[in-house]
Design a protein around this ligand. Structure first.
Ligand code: PLP
Length: 423
């Protein structure tokens, strides 16, 4: 028995007592190879001495100072670095404590931007069906993951919903990639027009879909089309890079590879790489500037925003990624891992697709490879894969979902950037 309300209330998970590199050790002395960095979090592996030292040093200096009174050197330096490297250049940065909080912040920032610029009638978001943006009420509302939303549906704001870009499952054989992309963008435009563009705040999407679909990248040109539609109708484009960002895809931001600059980007997981809970919102300068010129106050804020120890961890992680040229490592190791997966599972009867970017790779599991028919929901295949892997000492991140009555199972691999050839 335990007093912690664990995720599964009838199960107590294994107790982790140590962690180093890609390895986590439990209280029985078993070691697990962390091939997914938890949920694409631990991008530098476990126990990285430089990150630990940076957090220790910050604890000694200023462990906490409330942002109503103080800023700290470390938070300022982190924000400066993030702003400088943001997609499209200079942005302003809001530091918070995780992915859901980053998304809540982004949604409220976008809404307040329109309130401050004389468009208070803009009150709805447009987002995609197969998506996950976090578990707090605003983030859950924009996400389309039915399993996670179901119990809370009466509490969620109304969101305009369009199809995700999911070529493997949704592109008919009769369509080329370009045609499929055009169909999606046409649907998006029709949805915008139907809803009334003047009522919409922003389009929210994960550049590479993580938890819901398993590392699904967009088709070429999809996000360029999204950007053009957002510009045409004056809607903000909010890119949720909580999972796919911070180098995971081989560029600091996944969206860089699509040649597009969002208005707002959210990051978390890999930002602090698990050493501290931290998230960030990067808003293009004109958004913060509009609020600065208007009321001057962003009506938001939590007790732990700009936390110095979290900032110290994230700053150390950022410096290591740059110094050790880990983005190049991610590209190279990602290509190796993908080739190995193709070799091992490329003709496996139940692996329908191997996809992703960098060290953010997904395998889609299907009952029938030819028709791409998923396994029946009752199989709970993803859960079985998780247990089977864990029993063999391997941590991967399998997920399944039921959307529009259809089920899909996938396995996400997101090993730390420091993964060796042997591992
Ligand atoms: N957005 C995306 C794309 C995510 O994958 C997640 C978490 O998996 C979140 C937001 C929420 O982040 P957190 O769990 O840190 O609140």
């Amino acid at each position: 028995m335990t007093s912690i309300m664990h995720r599964h209330l009838r199960q107590t998970p294994v107790t982790a007592v140590g962690a180093s590199g890609l390895s986590i050790t439990d209280s029985a002395g078993r070691r697990y190879l962390d091939a997914s960095g938890g949920a694409a979090v631990s991008s530098l592996g476990h126990g990285h001495p430089e990150v630990l030292a940076a957090v220790h040093a910050q604890l000694d200096k200023v462990a906490y100072a409330h942002t109503a009174f103080f800023t700290t050197e470390v938070a300022e330096e982190l924000a400066m670095r993030l702003a400088f490297n943001a997609p499209g250049g200079e942005s302003e940065v809001y530091l918070c404590s995780g992915g859901s909080e980053a998304m809540e912040t982004a949604l409220k920032l976008a809404r307040q931007y329109f309130v401050e610029t004389g468009q208070p009638q803009r009150g709805r978001f447009i987002a995609r069906r197969q998506s996950y943006h976090g578990n707090t009420l605003g983030a859950l509302a924009v996400g389309g993951n039915e399993l996670r939303r179901k119990a809370f549906a009466p509490l969620l704001m109304d969101v305009v919903r369009v199809a995700e870009c999911y070529e493997y499952r949704n592109r008919p054989e009769t369509q080329t990639r370009d045609q499929y992309t055009t169909v999606l963008l046409d649907e998006l435009e029709q949805a915008i027009v139907r809803a009334g563009p003047e009522t919409l705040i922003g389009f929210v999407a994960e550049p590479v879909v993580g938890a819901t679909l398993g590392a699904v990248p967009p088709t070429p040109g999809y996000f360029r089309g999204v950007r053009a539609l957002c510009d045409k109708y004056g809607i903000l484009f909010i890119a949720d890079e909580v999972m796919c960002g911070m180098g995971r895809c081989g560029t600091l931001y996944a969206i860089e590879q699509d040649g597009v600059v969002p208005d707002i980007v959210t990051v978390a997981k890999g930002l602090g790489a698990g050493y501290q809970p931290i998230g960030a919102v990067l808003a293009r300068k004109y958004i913060a500037q509009a609020i600065r010129a208007g009321s001057g106050i962003f009506q938001h804020g939590h007790t732990y925003i700009g936390h110095p120890c979290a900032a110290a961890a994230a700053l150390a992680v950022q410096k290591i990624i740059e110094r050790d040229k880990l983005l190049d490592v991610v590209k190279a190791r990602g290509a190796t891992l993908r080739a190995l997966l193709r070799e091992a599972f490329g003709s496996h009867p139940h692996v329908g697709d191997i996809r992703g970017r960098g060290l953010f790779l997904g395998l889609e599991l299907v009952e029938d490879r030819i028709s791409r028919r998923p396994f029946p929901a009752a199989c709970k295949l993803h859960a079985a894969v998780k247990v089977a892997a864990f029993e063999r000492g391997l941590i991967v991140y399998p997920m399944g979902g039921t959307i529009d009555g259809e089920r899909g199972d996938h396995v996400l691999l997101a090993p730390p950037f420091i993964v060796s050839d042997g591992e």
